[in-house]
Design a binder for this molecule. Structure first.
Ligand code: PLP
Length: 461
């Protein structure tokens, strides 16, 4: 018999939902990640959010926020879309995880993905996140081509698992984990000549690339780059992996960002919004040819698997997401609203010294700030985070900086935003630029907040 009296304490779901803001922060500091808890507190995200619908999130004090971060691209439909919740209810009695069967829902999502993705993409491997989809794509490339090397772009972001971080172009994320997966090499993003030189060595199994670099700071490559890259890959026997984890499913104003250049990838990876903002899901979709060379026999078909991959609820959310995206043509809304936000933010940038550039496509927009001179006690890593903190505290707008370039704030709202939302965000952004003018003003605001918080933390102990 297990001695149940030795278990100190368990917290029920009901108690968890009832916990105070102080308890939540305390638990994050003690049991989850104290560094993260401190950063979130610094920029005013130590609130207890309790409700979310569409573009809005609400805290326990009844305050309403506009979500222009959109779960780093997971919220294309907005929070808790009623049709996604209804879809999940519809299959409440369905066996969610029964690997020893063929799920009608997973099969249907596989066919739907083959129908909506560009070119000859056909076979889907389901997993649970973007990084897992990257892993699946890298392994499939190696086994399918018999080559080992992988080419990726500097400043890229493909995830943080060991394989994915080996092709994620930021030293900060790679170096602490050396040695990484061998034979992964990086080149400058957007440079066709250097790409051609590398591919001509004919050693690469795959070139993995984002059609627009998201975490890299919303970097749109030069026109024609993706099409040229596709051709160079084909000419040199290298597979073209399009990472549409963040850009896919309407985000940039087309269903997929590669469609702007009519690129037909050999492999495409998706995740984030495929789960309708509710379920975790990832997908690695490849052509029949690539798939069958890799796993197309009974002997090889189980070389890469995932326990939860293809579970019915995630796939039901995926099917419903695609149905809504297409029925409501949310990609077009992203294009129209994105153009309007881009224009308004550019007008603000021209007026104030703080903003270096506004760029992006559809509703994937970045605002880059001038790099600050050294300010005592504050890392330049967090300038955009500080602006984001002010937007949160003073205007109740949720945003965040991009992971590889902390000088860039992203505006990445659900694709259902209205003109009113866009105008409010542009006006608020102007409000911040006007009030604080330079980095020192912003730093001062955050320093004050940090001191206050520090005193608050002491009280918490
Ligand atoms: N690929 C891209 C383009 C991403 O933006 C991300 C995450 O931001 C990933 C892959 C990794 O996804 P995940 O965080 O679900 O592992």
């Amino acid at each position: 018999m297990i001695d149940l009296t030795s278990i100190k304490d368990i917290i029920t779901l009901e108690e968890a939902l009832d916990s105070s803001k102080k308890e939540v922060i305390g638990r994050y500091r003690t049991y989850i990640n104290p560094g993260l808890a401190s950063i979130l507190s610094m920029v005013g995200y130590d609130k207890k959010f309790t409700k979310a619908h569409g573009v809005n999130v609400f805290d326990s004090e009844g305050n309403k926020y506009l979500d222009f971060l959109g779960g780093y691209g997971s919220m294309n439909l907005g929070h808790n879309h009623p049709e996604i919740i209804e879809a999940l209810n519809k299959i409440a009695d369905f066996p969610n995880i029964l690997q020893i069967s063929m799920s009608s829902v997973a099969g249907a999502l596989g066919e739907t993905l083959a129908n909506i993705t560009p070119g000859n993409l056909k076979k889907t491997f389901f997993c649970n996140s973007g990084a897992e989809a990257t892993e699946a794509a890298l392994k499939l490339s190696r086994i399918s081509t018999g080559r080992k090397a992988i080419l990726y772009a500097e400043n890229s972001f493909h995830g943080k698992t060991l394989g994915a971080v080996s092709v994620t172009g930021r030293k900060k994320y790679q170096e602490p984990f050396f040695p990484l997966v061998p034979e992964c090499f990086s080149i400058a993003y957007g440079d066709v000549d250097v790409l051609e030189k590398e591919l001509k060595t004919k050693k690469y199994a795959a070139f993995i690339v984002e059609p627009i670099q998201g975490e890299g700071g919303i970097i749109v490559p030069p026109n024609g780059y993706l099409k040229d890259a596709e051709k160079l890959c084909k000419d040199n026997g290298t597979l073209f992996i399009a990472d549409e984890v963040q850009t896919g499913l309407g985000r940039t104003g087309n269903l997929f960002a590669t469609q702007y250049e009519r690129v037909e990838p050999d492999i495409m990876i998706l995740s984030k919004s495929l789960g309708g903002g509710v379920m975790p899901i990832g997908a690695c979709i490849s052509t029949e040819e690539v798939w069958s060379k890799g796993y197309g026999s009974r002997d090889r078909c189980l070389l890469h698997t995932s326990t939860f991959g293809g579970n019915a609820r995630a796939c039901a959310a995926g099917l419903k997401t695609i149905e809504i995206l297409i029925r409501e043509d949310l990609a077009t809304n992203a294009r129209i609203k994105g153009e309007s936000l881009l224009k308004s933010l550019k007008e603000v940038a021209e007026k104030y010294q703080l903003v270096k550039e506004i760029r992006g496509r559809g509703l994937l927009i970045g605002a880059e700030f001038y790099e600050p001179k050294i300010v005592k006690g504050l890392s330049k890593e967090y300038l955009a985070g500080m602006v984001s903190g002010i937007l949160n505290q003073q205007y109740h707008i949720i945003t965040a900086y991009t992971l590889n370039n902390p000088n860039v704030i992203r505006f990445e709202p659900p694709l259902i935003v209205t003109d009113e939302h866009i105008d409010y965000v542009a006006d608020s952004f102007e409000g911040v630029c006007k009030k604080y003018k330079g980095f020192s003003g912003i730093a001062l605001n955050v320093s004050k907040r940090m001191i206050k918080k520090h005193m608050g933390f002491k009280k918490l102990k």
